[in-house]
Design a protein around this ligand. Structure first.
Ligand SMILES: C[S@@+](CC[C@H](N)C(=O)[O-])C[C@H]1O[C@@H](n2cnc3c(N)ncnc32)[C@H](O)[C@@H]1O
Length: 213
């Protein structure tokens, strides 16, 4: 075997080992992704393969929408979301870690989007927003980190308007990756109707609609 091929295999095996180890550890030590990793999450490889525009299009973000992003981290998707909702739209963000909100706001300020993005510290399971106030709620690589997932899904249902969309994206490289069928069960049990699932096992987006009981 050529040295370069051997090195590639070794690196892939190492990556797989790290991922499996991280996944096992996360089962015992559940905690939010460390804020020190915010810049690591925003790597160029991710931008190319699972870029913000692609994910937000799959979620159905449109001009004029009032959108809530749960667990924005350092804002990998937030800037693009703010551009996509346009002049008439609004983007609200809530993250459990104050440090993440600081990083996010720095980025938003740099892009001149302060007017468009409203970011606060808080828990997805206890949302400080009025009922029926959003057109769309999305989260990317967040669900697995939330302690009270049922509570969070119920809260999302409350803050969405009738016919509003919940969009959940999961990425296989994330140690907290949730299977599409698990996400679907969780959301439909909480009263959402499954609309569609786009993408593949490496990165999928599952969309759900809020309909009355
Ligand atoms: C892996 S990062 C993903 C960040 C961003 N969505 C992205 O794709 O780059 C997960 C984020 O979810 C946040 N988070 C975890 N549990 C949360 C909760 N219960 N409520 C709100 N945010 C939470 C973490 O603080 C972290 O910023």
């Amino acid at each position: 075997m050529k040295p370069l091929a051997l090195l590639t295999y070794l690196l892939l095996a190492l990556l797989l080992y790290i991922l499996v180890l991280a996944r096992v550890l996360r089962r015992f030590f559940k905690m939010p992704c460390p804020h020190q990793a915010a810049y690591l999450i925003e790597n160029p490889v991710r931008k190319v393969f699972f870029g913000p525009e692609k994910i937000l299009k799959r979620a159905g973000v449109l001009p004029g929408m009032k959108v809530l992003e749960l667990g924005p981290g350092g804002g990998f998707l937030t800037v693009e979301a703010a551009k996509m909702v346009g002049e008439e739209g609004e983007v609200h963000c809530i993250d459990i870690q104050p440090e993440m909100i600081k990083i996010l706001m720095k980025k938003v300020k740099k892009m001149g989007l302060c007017e468009k993005v409203n970011a606060i510290v808080g828990d997805a399971a206890n949302l400080p927003y009025l009922s029926g106030s959003f057109d769309l709620v999305f989260m990317v690589a967040v669900l697995g980190e939330i302690f009270d997932q049922k509570g969070a899904i119920n809260e999302i249902r409350r803050v969405l308007r009738e016919g509003g969309i919940l969009s959940i994206t999961e990425i296989l490289l994330d140690p907290d990756y949730a299977l599409a069928r698990t996400v679907r069960r969780l959301c439909t049990e909480s009263g959402f109707e499954h609309l569609d699932t786009k993408g593949n096992v490496f990165c999928y987006t599952a969309n759900f609609i809020k309909k009355g009981f």
